[in-house]
Design a protein around this ligand. Structure first.
Ligand code: XUL
Length: 557
């Protein structure tokens, strides 16, 4: 245990390059937060003209991208902010980060030289303007590659076979189908690409001034990696595009060192030249680290732009709805995850339409309405949904003759709208009933404890609904930004593994002293009564039946 101590007076920096912002969190050697910063893309980099950090293409259905250079500029800006906060960069011994998962970056032939030779006197953004063969990176919200998903699944032997191999069936937002789309629709652009990075490995590349490897956990979000072997999967590569392996470079474990910090950052921000850059990974895997999840039965619910549900298991089942990644903080085991695209932006939309644009009113409505919502069930999709794969739209149903006792066998009637308080409850119950149903369906262990994070985890009424629906206690973390906190923790972990020359379990850094770190959780909502949990189980079954009909009628697949 001795060896797990981090050097006194050292600092660890974690970033989160997410959809709407870039965040940074600095931890000290006791894993306490020293400082944090945020740059919001829409308001602080307005010249990119993004809305919610993205461009929604009005001409191509489902195409959603972000300007790659915006992330480059955001990195310089957030570091400048940290200078203003008087952060002592010289004390930072390791840096890591989270990238929104699946988004991909296309480096143009000849760009490595530009990256290696960045001049610290000029901003990076002015030097990398011409470094990308595609200037707008496809991101996780994109749903424009359905055709390519079908082609890839067919070539590898079907959706379930691809899920068995790569951890997921083909998903439009995954990098593999996006790469295939580029190869098919813009072959000259594909030819002019020397390297393809994920957002995570892209940011790590900027920091080391060379192409960083893709880490094995985020790499599993591409439909290209063999999750058991943690190597590129030949059959998936062939099904995607020719000459892909050389463009992807090598894979590396998440705890590996990507390289030393590049001279650009040493000269411009006064980092120590020995500062290590630990592999970046995806935001959800890093949140798993930040929430200190390492026991099956702990379930995380992250309520952000996307809502995600995740936990760990040693025995993942291939499924059509869930995603399996190698455990980001261990050399063994897997992370299992569900993803919903209609997260905070959809909650905001319902708040704006039915709750006077106020979270207070939203919460009051949730408290005023009875659990089970008088049999009112709603599906609210502001965007194309991932789980289930349905187009944008609203669907509302009332269960006929609902008394609250027996829900099984009741028929439903479609309606135009509910009264405003019921709209709010239908949204919230719908979101969490769907999570409970799909988590059960893809074999996640029944949760003993839920840890909620992300913006909406600050809302106690929402947490109470989660506790009643899942029937277990809900904990929250001190801070909602678990992805950048997890990245800083992983920076420390990578530093330690490097120092020791071999892998060390991450928990040895915080075991027995969790409450003294920034990683501690607090009990925020207690489990609902068992009878209500059973009734919610029946409502959930009804909801799944309706959902299946909607998918059959309107689904993209
Ligand atoms: C995960 C996913 C999203 C993004 C959000 O599969 O698509 O949660 O990671 O940044």
């Amino acid at each position: 245990m001795e060896d797990c101590y981090l050097p006194q007076d050292s600092l660890f920096l974690g970033f989160d390059c997410s959809t709407q912002s870039m965040k940074a969190t600095v931890l000290d050697s006791n894993l306490k937060i020293v400082t944090s910063e945020i740059v919001s893309f829409d308001s602080e980099l307005p010249h990119y003209k993004t809305k919610d950090g993205v461009y929604r293409d009005p001409c191509v259905d489902g195409r959603i991208v972000s300007p790659t250079l915006m992330w480059v500029e955001a990195l310089d800006l957030i570091l400048k902010r940290l200078v203003k906060l008087k952060l002592d960069f010289g004390k930072i011994v390791a840096v890591s980060g989270s990238g929104q998962q699946h988004g991909s970056v296309y480096w143009k032939n000849g760009s490595l030289a530009k990256l290696t030779l960045l001049d610290s006197k000029r901003a990076m953004v002015d030097q990398l303007g011409d470094a990308f063969s595609i200037k707008e990176s496809p991101i996780w919200m994109d749903s424009s590659s359905t055709q390519q998903c079908k082609e890839i699944e067919k070539a590898v032997g079907g959706a379930l076979e691809l899920s068995r191999l790569s951890g997921s069936r083909a998903h439009e937002r995954y990098a593999g189908p996006q790469i295939r789309k580029i190869f098919e629709m813009q072959p000259e652009v594909y030819r002019d690409t020397e390297r393809i990075s994920l957002v995570s490995s892209f940011m790590a590349s900027l920091l080391i001034g060379a192409y960083a490897c893709i880490d094995e956990t985020d790499g599993a979000g591409m439909n290209l990696m063999d999750i058991k072997r943690r190597t590129w999967c030949k059959i998936a590569l062939q099904a995607t595009a020719p000459g892909l392996e050389k463009r992807l470079g090598k894979l590396a474990p998440a705890h590996a060192v990507a390289g030393f910090i590049a001279p650009y950052f040493v000269e411009r921000f006064h980092f120590n030249k020995n500062c290590l850059v630990v592999q970046w990974s995806g935001d959800n895997p890093n949140s798993l680290a930040g929430l200190t999840i390492n026991t099956p039965g702990d379930l995380a619910i992250s309520l952000g732009t996307s809502d995600t549900v995740f936990g760990i298991t040693s025995d993942p089942q291939p499924s059509l709805e869930g995603h399996v990644f190698p455990n980001p903080v261990d050399t063994e085991g897997y992370m299992v995850m569900l993803v919903y695209k209609n997260g905070s932006l959809t909650r905001e939309d319902v708040r704006n339409c039915y709750a006077d644009k106020s979270w207070e009113v939203f919460s009051t409505y949730l408290q005023q309405t009875p659990p089970l919502n008088g049999g009112k069930i709603g599906f609210y999709y502001k965007e194309h949904e991932i789980l289930p794969p349905l187009p944008a739209g609203l669907h509302r149903y009332i269960l006929e003759n609902f008394t609250g006792d027996i829900l099984d066998g009741l028929s439903e009637r479609e309606v135009e709208e509910f009264d405003p308080p019921s709209e709010v409850r239908a949204l919230i119950e719908g979101q969490f009933l769907s999570m409970r149903a799909h988590a059960e369906r893809c074999g996640m262990p029944s949760p003993k404890r839920i840890i909620a994070t992300g913006g909406a985890s600050a809302n106690l009424s929402i947490l109470n609904s989660i506790a009643s629906i899942f029937g277990c206690d809900v904990y929250t973390v001190q801070r909602p930004d678990s992805a950048s906190l997890g990245a800083a923790l992983r920076a420390a972990h990578g530093w330690l593994c490097n120092e020791r020359g071999s892998f060390v379990p991450i928990s040895c850094m915080y075991m027995d002293k969790l409450e003294k770190t920034s990683l501690s959780c607090k009990l925020s909502a207690t489990a609902g009564d068992r009878e209500l949990v059973t009734r919610y189980g029946l409502l959930m079954k009804k909801r799944v039946e309706i959902e299946n009909c909607l998918v059959q009628k309107l689904g993209r697949w």
